[in-house]
Design a protein around this ligand. Structure first.
Ligand code: FAD
Length: 341
């Protein structure tokens, strides 16, 4: 399907927002690389024999404006000026929506050229990850300081997806079975959210996904970073999927032990409409600290985690299966973390 693309290129001397021609930005009749990727993926998505064409939203004016801000200020201004625009980071979630016709935006705000959202910096006992941090970034750069996040990242999709997919994209998609969510929740991470002209606000990572497909992002807001406490003890992530690779979690449980505080934290995903911090199970880790190596303690911990869940049945597993699996995964994760003490 031919689309006429308008590109607002961030390399132009003035990074424009809104009507590019009016603002003096470099506007081409050509497509940006993002637009090419989007349209070619939509046009050439493989279909199985007999598979119907994907449902598409009703046809409308097919022009598409792509805005590529190079600074955070421009990105926030673009977000404020284009409330209905679709923000794109790695594109692995947005492309799925475009492919199935659920999304047909007039404007894309492509964050990939925004240098301020890249990279990471240490801040006290935390690492502040820019919003464009990918799973590969975590694996290659933060394995020593954020081992829980690295363990979770290693289980995500394939290398190709991990190279592009951002942690923030997973959070904003509102997937309550997201592997990163388990690691961020157990670590006590926070998500920084910004809107043009307002102070940055922080949201607890485990509370950021508010329901399947929904998150704590308001109109005109962008996520700018995730702040993750550096691990202060052993961590372990146990995940069950339909297979060992390229599979979303049926359930996942992260356990992080804090030896200096003689306690631990945990976060479970895929077993409730949101990620959960199982409070009674976490209290158990502190109460039974000296007996955690006992297999019976691990079993009781597993039962407490399962008791905190509220799984819904879906194609990936029944409620009973998820309850059982969450208990087994919690037991395994605790056993592995305790063995590393
Ligand atoms: C084949 C495949 C396998 C997968 N397997 C797994 C898996 O095993 N485990 C798992 O947890 N996940 C899995 N995923 C999901 C994957 O984690 C997400 O698709 C990915 O993290 C989204 O990141 P992205 O940068 O590509 O997001 P994009 O597609 O660019 O964006 C996703 C959403 O986030 C919004 N967004 C992005 N950045 C910002 C920002 N800074 N501020 C505000 N909004 C923003 C976008 O507007 C969009 O709504 C898989 C995905 C695919 C395609």
């Amino acid at each position: 399907m031919a689309q006429r693309g308008r590109v607002v290129d961030g390399e132009s001397p003035v990074t424009p927002v809104g009507d590019p021609a009016a603002r003096g930005g470099r506007v081409g009749a050509h497509r940006s690389r993002t637009l090419q990727a989007v349209t070619s993926a939509v046009d050439s998505a493989p279909r199985r024999p007999g598979q119907a064409q994907p449902a598409r939203a009703p046809a409308k004016d097919s022009s598409l404006t792509v805005i590529r801000p190079r600074t955070l200020a421009d990105a926030l201004a673009a977000r404020a000026a284009h409330r209905d625009a679709t923000v794109v980071a790695g594109g692995t979630g947005v492309l799925v929506e475009l492919n199935r016709g659920a999304l047909r935006p007039d404007t894309l705000i492509d964050l990939s050229a925004c240098a301020e959202l890249r990279g990471a910096r240490p801040e006290g006992d935390t690492v502040v990850l820019g919003a464009l941090s990918t799973y590969t970034d975590v694996l290659e750069r933060h394995g020593a300081t954020l081992p829980g996040l690295a363990q979770a990242a290693r289980t995500v999709a394939s290398r190709q997806i991990r190279n592009r997919a951002t942690l923030v994209g997973a959070l904003v998609l509102g997937d309550p079975s997201g592997d990163a969510l388990a690691a961020l929740g157990a670590a006590g991470a926070t998500v920084q959210v910004a809107r043009a002209g307002e102070p940055v606000r922080s949201v607890d990572a485990h509370a950021f996904v508010t329901a399947p497909g929904a998150c704590a992002l308001g109109p005109g807001e962008l996520v700018v970073s995730i702040t993750v406490p550096v691990a202060d003890g052993p961590v372990a992530y146990a995940k069950a999927g339909a297979r060992n690779a390229m599979a979303r979690a049926v359930a996942g449980v992260m356990v992080a032990l804090h030896p200096a505080a003689r306690g631990g934290s945990a976060c479970a995903v895929g077993v409730a409409p949101t990620a959960i911090r199982p409070e009674r199970a976490e209290a158990f880790l502190a109460d039974e600290w000296d007996r955690l190596a006992d297999p019976d303690a691990a079993r009781r911990f597993g039962a407490l985690v399962a008791g905190a869940t509220d799984p819904s049945p879906d194609a990936r597993g029944s409620r009973a299966y998820r309850l059982h699996v969450s208990s087994v995964l919690a037991r395994r994760a605790l056993t592995r973390a305790v063995a590393a003490l």
